[in-house]
Design a protein around this ligand. Structure first.
Ligand code: KG4
Ligand code: ZN
Length: 342
């Protein structure tokens, strides 16, 4: 019996504030995963500054790619395709990765595969769960996105619900800044909330009458701001831990409720969470509990594969490559790329 040839993909990710490169074998085995984070740089400004992000990507990208190839013990000639995130994201940041990937693919005479960033986040689940195959449901919660997605097949998606305003991670970051925790807010709120009471403050949970799977977090963010301003005006102090825990509970309640309702309506017995916020310990615990009660198998990536990385892009790219997706030398950055668009 002839064995199928291994497919090695060099993947590049630069859509936001991480410059990353990875070598992934057959979409599931990560041979290297190098990430150069700009977090310290952007912390000075309380959030990502697009112009600075692009400049830093330029400085780091060659070094990160060289390291990824070296760590994987792979020469460029052994690579089957070069993959890159080409949207959505910050246009200047995306362009750095896209231009680099085109140059490498052209020089090394390798096919070029452009990847959707969210498709990458979802595919992060394939790395550690070798048995996970579509169809399944996914909740993608990151700094820029909150999507409830039906994954019908590799690369085939239906978006069932999305945020109307702020993304879940964005709400974490804004609330963290308001209560003095700084950037990036998600991991800090996660940590501080462990010391707080999630029922201390009754923050609102938004439900959309006309679209039952959509989300809205801007009202919740305003409620937190009003609460802390109210305390300040009355000369009262508030507990940072209680506000963090109550806010986090309000976010996770809505995420879990919509996710479970969708999984049940679509009779889906597998659910995978993805994106930076998928590393939130309260969300994971609440999803575990809800899925167990419904007999649904829950999957989530390790934290390093939840936040932006290139291994997830290599995982998604493998299935795109097998389905015949190839991009030309005119590939451009598409800041508002739609999921499933090629
Ligand atoms: O996926 P990601 O790295 O970038 C985007 O594609 O946006 O997600 C970053 C977001 C940030 O908003 C960050 O605050 C949030 O994920 N995040 C978390 C946690 N770790 C990262 N939010 C809640 N709890 C966490 N433990
Ligand atoms: Zn991301």
């Amino acid at each position: 019996m002839s064995e199928e040839k291994d497919i090695l993909i060099l993947a590049i990710e630069s859509s936001c504030d991480e410059t990353a490169a990875a070598v992934v074998k057959n979409g599931r085995d990560v041979l290297s995963n190098v990430i150069s984070s700009q977090i310290d740089l952007h912390t000075l400004y309380g959030g990502v500054v697009p112009e600075i992000a692009s400049r830093k990507h330029i400085e780091k990208i060659n070094q990160v790619i060289e390291e990824a190839l070296r760590e994987a013990g792979t020469a460029l000639e052994q690579i089957d395709a070069v993959a890159v995130t080409y949207g959505p994201g910050l246009v200047g940041a995306l362009l750095v990765g896209v231009a680099e990937a085109k140059a490498i693919a052209y020089a090394a005479k390798k096919p070029l595969v452009g990847v959707h960033h969210i498709e990458g986040h979802i595919a992060a689940n394939f790395i550690e769960h070798k048995e996970l195959k579509p169809p399944f449901f996914s909740l993608v919660v990151s700094g820029g996105h909150t999507h409830l997605v039906r994954v019908k097949d590799y690369g085939k998606f239906d978006i069932i619900g999305r945020t109307r305003d702020d993304a879940a991670g964005e709400a974490f970051d804004k609330v963290a800044r308001a209560i003095g925790l700084g950037y990036p807010g998600g991991p800090k709120i996660d940590r501080v909330a462990k010391e707080g009471d999630p029922d201390a403050v009754a923050f609102p949970r938004a439900h959309m009458e006309d679209a039952p799977y959509d989300f809205s977090f801007s009202g919740l963010k305003s409620a937190v701001l009003n609460y802390i301003n109210g305390c300040r005006m009355k000369g009262e102090t508030y507990s940072q831990a209680d506000v963090a825990a109550s806010f986090q509970k309000a976010v996770t309640d809505v995420l879990v409720e919509n996710a479970m309702r969708a999984a049940k309506e679509y009779h889906m017995d597998k659910f995978a969470i993805a994106g930076g916020v998928a590393s939130n310990t309260a969300l994971r615990a609440a999803m575990e509990k809800a899925c167990e009660a419904e007999g649904i198998e829950l999957y989530y990536p390790s934290p390093v594969y939840c936040t932006d990385n290139a291994a997830m892009i290599g995982a998604a790219a493998y299935y795109e490559y097998r389905n015949g997706t190839r991009h030309g030398w005119d590939l451009n950055a598409v800041p508002n790329l739609k999921l499933g668009e090629r």
